[in-house]
Design a protein around this ligand. Structure first.
Ligand code: DWN
Ligand code: ZN
Length: 419
């Protein structure tokens, strides 16, 4: 039964979404957690709490959550705006330029972005001369993208959306899917719809936070209900093959704590050679670090506990000294972190975020207020915990006077440090 037809807004997923095995082993249990991106407005009802557990599939080495929350609950009105981060906008710009090189000499290229958010990526493809179209389930974001000049269809990606896109633009040369693949329950259905919309010589480009980095750098806070899957390369090879597609090439980028970009084509496409060497390199690293076995995953919860204890201890000391503590970056991961570390309004007075739509709302779970940057100057907290540690340099560079006047930043991932 699709999630939206059940009484509860979530259901349990019992089988591996890559290989269908029913033998899954739990290795991280957060207990019940709020929906970390559901900011609470004035007069809105309280928080929904849903179990958050990560499972490992020994058959194919895929990691996934046990709970699948109705995607309509998570994504229909979405406050995360990709273009708030200049670092991400720059990343999009270089991605559009790099991809253009793959099609050197070709004009009239057509690109679809799945989960196109506020049009951040497609604006960059337009600059490169592509005809573009975005698909995103959040109507608020589609309106924003249209205002930015990016044609957008408000829909979840699937066969219906694929048909609409092809009717409007024909088959696509490039389909991009950045930071959305982990959000998808039915990966096979997602790829079937991609196959239907992609030109026979077209390329699918997926970008996702790499599980190898999550483990290596203790990025346990990137685990939350939106992220149903945590990808390695090995299970992806199986998945693409099952859908008549193949991995052609891949590369790693620093964005979002370390992401991998994979280039995928139809198996029948012989135009671009497969970079076997690069694929082998990734597989060997995964193998060497034991990532195809359960062992390294079990350490993740232990490391997270250590980080939690170290931070709680440090905050206790600072509070005893009468220090005022705030946070920066009301990110989804930040909310996992706050809830997992059992912090509340007594620990963190407010959270600064530059996204206008998040300001004036409350963080789900703890109800810590989200406020604009001006609060940094007005309230002068002694310490600011950077919850969006993936954008720490950009955040720090925005307020140079804060540090010169004695303010300090705390970053807790991959380990606790004060700067
Ligand atoms: O997959 C997902 C990733 C890619 O983005 C999602 N499911 C939701 C979201 O996760 P997140 O909220 O953890 O992402 P970010 O990009 O780490 O969030 C950064 C937050 O910090 C945003 O709310 C914007 C804010 N910010 C800011 O206020 N000033 C960010 C920067 C760089 C800034 O200068
Ligand atoms: Zn599996």
């Amino acid at each position: 039964m699709p999630p939206s037809e059940s009484m509860e807004p979530w259901r349990v997923k019992k089988n591996c979404r890559v290989c269908d095995s029913s033998h899954l082993i739990k290795y991280f249990d957060f207990g019940k957690m709020p929906l970390v991106d559901s900011f609470i407005g004035a007069g809105e009802p309280g928080d929904l709490r849903i179990p958050l557990e990560v499972m490992f599939c020994p058959a194919c080495a895929h990691s996934q959550l046990s709970a699948v929350v109705d995607p309509k609950v998570l994504f229909s009105d979405y406050l995360y705006h990709s273009s708030v981060s200049r670092t991400f906008s720059r990343h999009c710009n270089s991605m559009a330029r790099d991809l253009k090189k793959l099609f050197s000499g070709r004009n009239n290229l057509k690109c679809l972005d799945i989960a196109s958010n506020d049009g951040c990526l497609l604006i960059e493809f337009q600059k490169e001369g592509y005809q573009v179209i975005g698909v995103d389930p959040a109507e608020n974001l589609c309106r924003l993208a249209e205002e930015n000049g990016v044609p957008s269809i408000a829909a979840f990606w699937g066969m219906d959306a694929a048909k609409k896109v092809v009717q409007r633009l024909g088959k696509l040369d490039v389909i991009t899917a950045t930071n959305v693949f982990a959000h998808v329950d039915d990966l096979h259905g997602f790829l079937e719809a991609v196959y239907a919309a992609l030109d026979d010589e077209g390329i699918l480009v997926i970008e996702f936070p790499y599980m190898r980095n999550l483990i290596k750098y203790n990025e346990f806070d990137t685990i939350y209900h939106e992220h149903l899957s945590y990808f390695l390369i090995k299970p992806l090879l199986t998945l693409f093959h099952q859908q008549g597609m193949k991995l052609m090439n891949l590369a790693e980028f620093d964005i979002h704590g370390g992401s991998v970009r994979v280039f995928v084509s139809k198996e029948s496409n012989k135009k671009i050679p497969v970079n076997e060497k690069a694929i082998q390199h990734f597989l060997e690293l995964e193998q060497k670090e034991g990532l195809h076995t359960l062992a390294p995953y079990v350490n993740l919860q232990k490391n997270a506990q250590k980080i939690r204890e170290a931070l709680r201890e440090r905050l206790r000391e600072l509070r005893a000294l009468g220090k005022k503590i705030a946070a920066y970056g009301a990110s989804a991961k930040g909310n996992t972190f706050i809830n997992y570390c059992r912090l509340d309004l007594n620990d963190i007075g407010f959270i600064i975020d530059d996204t206008p739509h998040k300001q004036g709302k409350l963080y789900a779970g703890t109800h810590i207020p989200v406020v604009p940057q001006a609060w940094l100057r007005q309230e002068k907290p002694d310490y600011v915990l950077i919850l969006a540690w993936n954008f720490a340099s950009e955040i720090i560079s925005k307020s140079p006077e804060y540090q010169t006047q004695g303010g300090k930043y705390i970053i807790a991932i991959p380990e606790l440090k004060i700067i």
